[in-house]
Ligand binder design. Structure first.
Ligand code: URA
Length: 457
């Protein structure tokens, strides 16, 4: 066996702009997991990658090493009753505000024959997290046993749960060190971090929702596009066919943001109450397009028209809602949540409309600031492990181009106290620009800006 290179020599090579071999990357990731690389060495490696970038082949090797650093879920050849009845499909978003796509898409795709073992995360910065939203449902357990998780994916077709310690452990350590060494914003590190975790779930296909606009993680359209292209390319080269949609986040996707309020919106959408139609139906459109890509990739529909017809039928008949209900009950939530959401989902003590200082049309939004207003209300975390308030948030958020006046507010604030509501009101007025222009003159960004499909080479 060839002698292992010293980690400091591999770090030096990356520091000097050399291309690392897959073996070298494997050794470094092994050292991150078994602790033989010190925090200082991991930080130095992250900085060398941040400064010099990585080639596509290096990023693929890093992604595969992170994916394989722990358990990789397998769904086939497990014996009677355990093999999944359909293709294993999943979706991931780079994060946004009012982005409750996962809550709707998972059950919807399951109702069309897909199997969706969705390992989700918590809110990060100004963005909301799927797990935080689901925990607004009393009793919903995000950490079922492996057997329960498997059984639920098999029987309900969908289970949305939290990450376990066994899944991609290299990322947990690397991410924590990146967080304190100013090395988060590195394309190869972001891509391998996101994909390492997702691909460890044993997927047949993945769809990525990469956001762009004022509420997106990446600051410019060019950077978001680069992220979308790199993710699709790297995931496919690592063996999972992946499509990335580049979607607009220059306003919240749903007309609400928070935890219980977003679960209410998901239930409304799944039960065809069309609550977001007034604000343009953007949530449904993005969810539907992502679902179409998954149905095509999973060969559950032979073309786009057939995929749309299947999706529309499964939503209208209540089949998607029924999958959501089964998932919730299967993970410990109330069996009648869909029939009686008000009995279970918490309501904030204070609910008040926030009016703009002048009448006019909404011309621009600082979506990130809206997300931060939800965090300030207590709907997200200011420090790791902080408890969050599931009841707070925003509803009825006006859309770009919508007229607001003394009757139509910018949004309604759900707060724990009058003081919190007042702070959120001033944040909202600062974040939403209103001008005296005709609605037709307000530019509305294209919702789905690009679709990047990559097959396994
Ligand atoms: N989300 C992740 O999981 N990792 C990153 O590096 C950035 C966002």
């Amino acid at each position: 066996m060839p002698a292992r290179a010293l980690p400091q020599e591999l770090i030096r090579a990356k520091r000097d702009g050399e291309v690392l071999s897959p073996e070298a990357i494997g050794e470094l990731v092994g050292g991150i997991v078994d602790g033989s690389l010190s925090d200082a060495q991991v930080g130095a490696l992250a900085m060398a990658i941040y400064l010099n970038g990585m080639s596509a082949s290096e990023t693929v090797a890093l992604t595969e090493a992170v994916r394989d650093s722990g358990e990789v879920l397998a769904w086939r050849g497990l014996g009677p009753g355990l093999d999944l009845p359909g293709p294993v499909l999943d979706k991931h978003s780079t994060g946004g505000v009012g982005d409750l796509v996962s809550l709707v898409l998972g059950p919807w795709v399951a109702a069309c024959g897909g199997c969706v073992p969705m390992v989700s995360g918590r809110g990060l910065g100004h963005t909301g997290g799927t797990l935080d939203k689901l925990e607004a449902i009393p009793g919903y357990g995000i950490a079922p046993s492996r057997e329960r998780f498997r059984k639920l994916v098999c029987e309900a077709g969908v289970a949305i749960v939290g990450q376990t310690a066994e899944l991609a452990p290299a990322d947990r350590r690397l991410y924590a060190i990146r967080d304190v060494t100013a090395t988060v914003e590195s394309l190869p590190l972001i891509v391998s971090s996101i994909l390492g975790k997702k691909l460890a779930c044993g997927l047949d296909a993945l769809v990525m929702d990469v956001k762009t606009g004022s509420g997106a993680f990446m600051p410019t359209l060019e950077r978001s596009r680069e992220l979308a292209e790199t993710i699709a390319e790297v995931a496919s080269r690592a063996g999972t066919p992946t499509t990335a949609l580049l979607t607009d986040m220059s306003q919240p996707l749903a007309p609400c943001a928070g935890n219980a309020v977003e679960v209410r919106e998901a239930i409304a959408l799944l039960t065809c109450q069309k609550t977001d139609e007034r604000t343009g139906g953007r949530l449904l459109e993005v969810t539907r397009e992502l679902a179409v890509e998954l149905l095509l990739a999973g060969k559950l529909a032979h073309d786009r028209k057939a995929a749309l017809a299947l999706l529309d039928e499964r939503l209208a008949t209540g089949a998607a809602a029924e999958r959501f209900a089964r998932m919730v009950a299967g993970l410990g939530g109330p069996a009648d949540l869909l029939e009686r959401p008000e009995r279970y989902l918490p309501r904030a003590a204070v609910l008040r409309p926030v009016f703009a200082r002048r009448s006019g049309c909404v011309t621009r939004m600082d979506t990130r600031a809206l997300g931060l207003a939800v965090v300030a209300l207590g709907g997200g975390r200011r420090a790791p492990n902080e408890a969050i308030d599931p009841a707070v948030g925003l509803t009825g958020i006006a859309a770009l181009g919508e007229a607001v006046d003394g009757e139509r507010p910018l949004a309604w604030v759900h707060a724990a106290s009058e003081v919190d509501a007042e702070l959120a009101a001033s944040q909202l007025r600062a974040a939403i620009e209103v001008n005296d222009v005709a609605a037709a003159d307000v530019p509305r960004p294209t919702l789905i800006q690009d679709v990047i499909r990559r097959e396994v080479p």
